[in-house]
Write a protein that binds this ligand. Structure first.
Ligand code: HEM
Length: 40
């Protein structure tokens, strides 16, 4: 998410994702990542 937001990761797919992460803060990304990592 950070790489897509900063532009380090960029491809035709991430172009769809970028407007999304642009409005997500780092603290929110942390919360999302913690939630995803906890899924079984
Ligand atoms: C809050 C909502 C969203 C979250 C938390 C989220 C999260 C993520 C994450 C973590 C990845 C990276 C996956 C990986 O590298 O394995 C990703 C990739 C991607 N997401 Fe989302 N996403 C959201 C909404 C959306 C929406 C609305 C779209 C489409 C309109 C979208 C399209 C994509 C695409 C196309 C990729 C692949 C990008 C690439 O390959 O660089 N996402 N998303």
């Amino acid at each position: 998410m950070l790489d897509i937001k900063s532009g380090v990761r960029h491809n035709r797919q991430s172009a769809a994702m970028r407007p999304v992460v642009n409005v997500v803060s780092e603290a929110e990304m942390r919360a999302i990542a913690d939630w995803l990592a906890a899924l079984k």
